[in-house]
Design a binder for this molecule. Structure first.
Ligand code: AMP
Length: 394
């Protein structure tokens, strides 16, 4: 168990908090502030308990330069509204300057300031000591609340902790709690649902999950690499040639380990990667040569929904089809609906599945939606994330 802000005295201390304010933007407009809202419990706790709060985050990939389209100024504005108090923001291309240091030292108890995008500094993503030390000198305690970037060893997520006591924030605690408990001590039956297109990224996750789950659903674009491993004709469906052999091994591992692996029984195919052409539903082993699988079929939807219905813990990562196109979003929607209806503990592993659940208006019905796609995948893979590893144990 990691120490949290609850376990340390914060009154009168300058507390550096790494948040994940990497929010989607349209020009200078924040189009979705879920990540900012997710950081509020920690910030509000620190304010209430008399800390001098210095927030930091990255946004986008400015490549180590002060690209002003990635400034955190709009985040400071939105935070001021959400917290109902002024959030001090000093526009500074180097992130830290004499003026910034001065402002940090002059903060009063309960004051909040936000630093400029940490990725304006080229040292940040290289985790160089120089910038880690510079950041650390602004405060006295480090709080990591950025689960979404915890899989990156950067100055503001990991390097900084070499110079000061480091604990987790409430969002980080919640993420580790839900994902960790699911992996270590799930109520059974434990079902994992994997979808999406990037088989290579997900094979290590499946490998780890096979040691933990009772059943595993594989849908989405990934399923076709598994079908290929089973020698099925997959037509023009998405295929990761390099992963065919590994997919075959995973099928065998599941069998050997007594894990029920469910692949689609039928699929909705289309002639092209488009909604504007001929479509049809085909059995898993008879996809025509000139068609590609775009979503799971109706029989599979029923089968997968029934599996969700009988599980007590469900973790989902990756859509069942090309859900961005309405004609191919039904399978993903059915999974979201089944999870929303289920009384099991339901966890969404961030990324596209989180976007899908949001799109179908079912976000509130899930027990936990992770704020980190890549981070939650690495967590499910059983890896220790650098931004978590550096935090003190209780
Ligand atoms: P990932 O990043 O691996 O979770 O993949 C997410 C993407 O997979 C989404 O953009 C989906 O459109 C895509 N996807 C899901 N099913 C398919 C499919 N059958 N063919 C091609 N792409 C798919």
């Amino acid at each position: 168990m990691k120490k949290t802000v609850r376990d340390i005295g914060v009154k009168g201390k300058r507390v550096l908090v790494r948040c994940d304010f990497n929010v989607p933007m349209n020009g200078t407009c924040i189009t979705d502030d879920v990540r900012i809202k997710a950081a509020l419990p920690t910030i509000e706790y620190l304010v209430k308990n008399g800390a001098k709060v210095i927030l930091m985050s990255h946004m986008g990939r400015p490549g180590g330069r002060a690209e002003m389209e990635y400034t955190l100024a709009p985040v400071a504005e939105r935070l001021s509204i959400l917290l109902d108090k002024k959030v001090l923001f000093i526009s500074c291309p180097e992130v830290i300057s004499e003026r910034v240091r001065d402002a940090a030292l002059k903060l009063g108890e309960g004051d909040v300031m936000l630093l400029e995008n940490t990725r304006f500094r080229k040292e940040e993503t290289k985790n160089l000591d120089t910038f880690s030390k510079e950041l650390s000198e602004l405060g006295e305690v480090f709080v990591n609340d950025a689960f979404g970037t915890a899989h990156r060893a950067h100055c503001s997520t990991a390097g900084i902790s070499a110079y000061m006591p480091s604990v987790s924030g409430f969002l980080m605690e919640k993420e580790i709690g839900f994902l960790g408990d699911a992996l270590e001590d799930p109520e059974r039956p434990f079902l994992a649902i994997m979808g999406g297109a990037k088989v290579k990224d997900k094979i290590p996750v499946i490998e780890n999950l096979l040691k933990k789950v009772d059943s595993l659903i594989i849908g989405g674009g990934m399923a076709y690499t598994f079908f290929k491993a089973m020698d099925f004709e997959i037509g023009k469906s998405i295929l990761d040639n390099e992963s065919i052999e590994l997919a075959g091994e995973l099928i065998k591992k599941a069998e050997a380990g007594g894990v029920k692996m469910l692949l689609p029984e039928d699929v909705l195919c289309s002639e092209e990667f488009s909604e504007e052409c001929r479509r049809g539903i085909y059995e898993k082993d008879s996809i025509p040569k000139d068609m590609m699988g775009m979503d799971i079929g109706p029989r599979t939807m029923e089968l997968f929904a029934a599996e969700i219905d009988s599980a007590r813990t469900v973790v989902w990562n990756g859509p069942m089809g090309v859900f961005e196109m309405d004609s191919f979003s039904e399978g993903t929607k059915i999974i979201a609906e089944a999870m929303a209806k289920s009384s099991a503990l339901t966890i969404i592993g961030g990324g596209d599945s989180a976007a899908a659940v949001e799109k179908f208006g079912m976000a509130k019905k899930m027990d936990h939606i992770s704020t980190g796609g890549g981070a939650s995948l690495e967590f499910l893979e059983g890896r220790e994330l650098p931004g978590i590893a550096v935090l003190e144990d209780k």
